[in-house]
Design a protein around this ligand. Structure first.
Ligand SMILES: C[S@@+](CC[C@H](N)C(=O)[O-])C[C@H]1O[C@@H](n2cnc3c(N)ncnc32)[C@H](O)[C@@H]1O
Length: 414
């Protein structure tokens, strides 16, 4: 079966990327953003002056690979990165992107991640496997193969499709299989399949679930490769949070974090305190499963994984006041002043999350250098109400917690 999957990615490397674009922008995302993986897998304390071994399994045209290699290079990390993919055409794009950026710490390999235990590559501190496992005949076997080459204190960032958020995708895939089965085999090229898919998309009635799904747009904006990946793939499946937790646990692994955390928190969507109280004390996965059913728009799940029993130790804790809060992207602080809510808009939902009291003062003191303790000192000078640790602590945790759940703020040891 992986021959058909390989052929698809030889014909249509996904996502489609032009290596020349590396000269003008860096694509950043999740998993595998360096400050994010440090927070969730190494308690913010990984020393990147030390060697760091990375595997990018099913690296495709290189989005995660290039981001992480660039982040590590920016820190002068003596990193060793292995890229592995079934598709030589995808690898060629990823190699050219690395060349444009002058990233020289990557070893490129063509092959299946299922063979990893036999490739004699040693173990890895971090493994990225984004959008790959759900294309395997046996995703559990893929995760087990990755686990075999994970260092005991290492971690993984993976992404798999989400069932509810992909509502409407699978009925359209089934219709396309019916239509394409009528095409004589020699004429059944990917170009012909794309043409049939585009013709059908134009005719979807307003009640069709794909047409009604605001979360899915690869068939509209992703070019031929995006449309093929979404609607014509020969092998894909989706997971709800409970199924994903079972997949992870069967491999002897544990979920350290679901990204973005706010999307997996029922409190992001519900304001009824009685309802919320009933969810208090539920295990993380049950709360996340509730939030997934509630929002209905999680089309993919991004999770950080560690060996079973390590999750609590792996995630950075704001209780450690020696840690340094670090922004991902632009700093937030003064821009919150005078506002009581923050508008969030994603995948068809629009929400207003309450901004905690004193958030503007506290967040404005975050510069990527000061520890939480130093931020307290600075804020206490300006805001007498936050002078004592008892007043500052909960205010800091609320402000930092909100932007951490939004995937904007992380903790690191300097
Ligand atoms: C949807 S793309 C994702 C690419 C990349 N990880 C990203 O997020 O942009 C899936 C990739 O997985 C690769 N792939 C599928 N099965 C694989 C396997 N068994 N071993 C290695 N790569 C595989 C495909 O060739 C394809 O490039």
């Amino acid at each position: 079966m992986s021959d058909i999957v390989r052929q698809q990615y030889e014909d249509l490397p996904y996502p489609a990327r032009d290596p020349k674009d590396e000269a003008r922008r860096l694509i950043e995302g999740s998993p595998s953003h360096l400050v994010e993986l440090n927070h969730y897998l190494f308690a913010g304390a990984r020393d990147f002056a030390r060697p760091f071994r990375v595997l990018v399994a099913g690296g495709g045209t290189g989005d995660g690979l290039i981001m992480l290699a660039q982040h590590l290079s920016d820190r002068n990390c003596p990193a060793e990165i292995v890229y592995l993919d079934l598709s030589a055409a995808s690898r060629a794009v990823a190699e050219q992107r690395a060349a444009v950026r002058g990233l020289r710490t990557i070893t490129f390999m063509t092959g299946s991640l299922l063979d990893l235990p036999r490739l004699d590559l040693g173990t890895f501190d971090y493994i990225d496997c984004c959008g790959v496992l759900h294309h395997l005949k046996e995703p559990g076997a893929g995760l087990a193969a990755l686990n075999e080459v994970l260092a005991p204190d290492g971690g993984m960032g993976i992404m798999v499709y989400g069932t509810l958020g992909r509502t409407g995708v699978y009925p359209v895939q089934a219709m396309l299989r019916t239509l394409i089965a009528q095409v004589p085999a020699p004429a059944r090229t990917s170009a012909a399949e794309v043409q049939i898919a585009r013709a059908l998309l134009k005719q979807l009635p307003v009640t069709n679930w794909l047409r009604r799904n605001p979360a899915v747009g690869d068939h509209l904006a992703g070019g031929d490769a995006g449309l093929y990946d979404l609607l014509l793939h020969s092998q894909d499946r989706a997971y709800d949070v409970t199924e994903l937790a079972a997949l992870v646990s069967a491999a002897g692994l544990e979920i350290a974090a679901l990204i973005e955390p706010w999307r997996y928190d029922p409190a992001s969507y519900l304001t009824d305190a009685d309802l919320l109280r009933r969810l208090d004390g539920l295990p993380m996965i049950e709360r996340a499963a509730f939030a997934e059913r509630l929002a209905g728009n999680l089309k993919r799940h991004i999770v950080y994984l560690v060996r079973e029993g390590r999750a609590a130790a792996a995630v950075a804790k704001p209780g450690d006041r020696t840690l340094v809060p670090v922004w991902r992207g632009e700093a937030v602080g003064e821009s919150l002043r005078g506002h009581s809510t923050l508008k969030i808009s994603i995948d068809g939902i629009e929400l207003r999350l309450p901004i905690p009291r004193h958030a503007a003062d506290i967040l404005a003191a975050i510069d990527g250098e000061r520890s939480i303790a130093a931020i307290h000192q600075r804020v206490a000078d300006k805001v007498p109400a936050l002078a004592t640790p008892d007043a500052f602590g909960p205010a800091f945790d609320a402000a930092c917690g909100l932007f951490n759940r939004l995937n904007r703020l992380f903790l690191a040891r300097r």
